[in-house]
Structures are given as structure tokens and as C-alpha cells.
Design a protein around this ligand. Sequence first.
Ligand SMILES: [Zn+2]
Length: 266
Amino acid sequence: MIENISQLPPWIFSLIGLAYGLIVGSFANVCISRLPKKESVVFPASHCPHCNKPIHATDNIPLISYILLKGKCRNCKRKISLIYPVIELITGLLMAAVFYRFGFSWECLIFAIVVPALVIITMIDIEHQIIPDAITLPGIIFGLAAGSYLNGWLDSVIGLVLGGGMFWLLAEGYLRMRGKMGMGGGDIKYIAAAGALMGWVQVLFIIFIGALAGGIFGGIGMGVKKLNFLSRIPFGPFLALATLISIFFGDPIVNWYLNLVTRQPL
Ligand SMILES: [Zn+2]
């Protein structure tokens, strides 16, 4: 059975990833709306945000139900936000990419857990400006275990301490100078988890890309909308995006850069 799966052509394997991602994306929607309220993500079953009527299993098929019901609740006929199917589709496509990139492997299993968490973190941070402990704390444990498998335990521990330590120092420095929190504790725990998972080289890459993306977005925001230096832009989405880039392209980009600077491959 396992040999059969590992011998599947990559495109069939990524279709399995797509199906898995659509289902997980549906669960991600539940997490996005319930985790900030500290509600259980298991009970009760999904219900309509307007009339609270439980959604029947046959009306809860990712993407397909939304299209068949034309984006309306079967009971009260009110419109269901387009964000739900969009989250399902994004998670589905990302999982198709993960399955394609990593094939039938432990890496695939690890990132099949991590990538949906990145989607959830992004959406919750945009809506509520927090990254819940319910994700980051298990994330640190998972990061240490998975990171030890991927890069060795030492690299994992250094990644955790380096990432978490840098953000903690930044937050402390900002607090001392300005007398208020600039970076949330959620960001610190997040980067500690990301460092444990990806190792010390990639956590520096993630911080660099996250700061770059956040800076570009903030710059555009100041030009287009009336954001200013004091506007609170959630950093989580940029860190999540940078982590995603690190997962798919981190090693080749870092090697290319080191080659450019030192003419020595890592
Ligand atoms: Zn309804």
C-alpha cells in the first residue's frame, strides 16, 4: 500500500493534497472564528453565522456546497461570506503545492500540519491582532520535534532561542524606550516555534523576509491609505508568508545568496 502511494505520479499525489487541503481549509475556518473566542474547535458542529442553525454534513462539503447553495444559508437564505470558500481554496492550493513539492515523505506530513496553521494564524492576526497561544505553544513543541527530524536537535534549539530571543530583545527594547508594547508576545512565541521548526539559518531568513514584506506593505500603506508610523500593522501575516517562502524556497535562496557573497556553497 505505502509503496503504491509513493509511486504515484506527482500530479495525482498533489490532487490528493488538494482534496486534503479543501477539507482542512474548512476546519481552518472553524479555528479562525472560534480560537480567538477560546471556544472548542470540535463541538458544536458548524452553524450558520446568521441564524445559528447547524449546517448539515451534506451542506458542509468544502467549496462545492458554497457553489451549490449559491453562497446562501439553506435555512435563512442569508448570504455567507465569500471568505470561507476563499480560505478553503487557498488552503487546498497550498496543500497541492506541498504534496507536489515534498512527495510521499515525512516532510510532506510535517508541512501538511504547518501550512494550514499558517493560514489560520494569518487570518486571526488580521482580524484580532493576536496569534493565539493555542497555536504557538503546541507549535513550539511540534517545532522542536519536527525540526529535530529535519535539521537535528541542536539546530532546532538554536533556531528557537535565536528567533525568540531576537524578538524578545526587540520587544523589551521598544518597551523600555517608548513605554509600551511594540511587538506582541504572540509574535515572539510564533518566531520561536518557526525557529525550532526551520533551524537557525532559516529563522534569520524568515525574519528578514517578514520585515521586508511588512516594510514594503507599510510603505505602500502610508502612501495609499492614511497609515502612519504608529499604525498597528499585524506582523503575523508577514511572518507566516515568510515562513511559507522559507518552506518552499528557503534553502535554494539562502544557498544562492551565500554563493553570491562568499562563492562558497553552504
Ligand atoms: Zn442561516
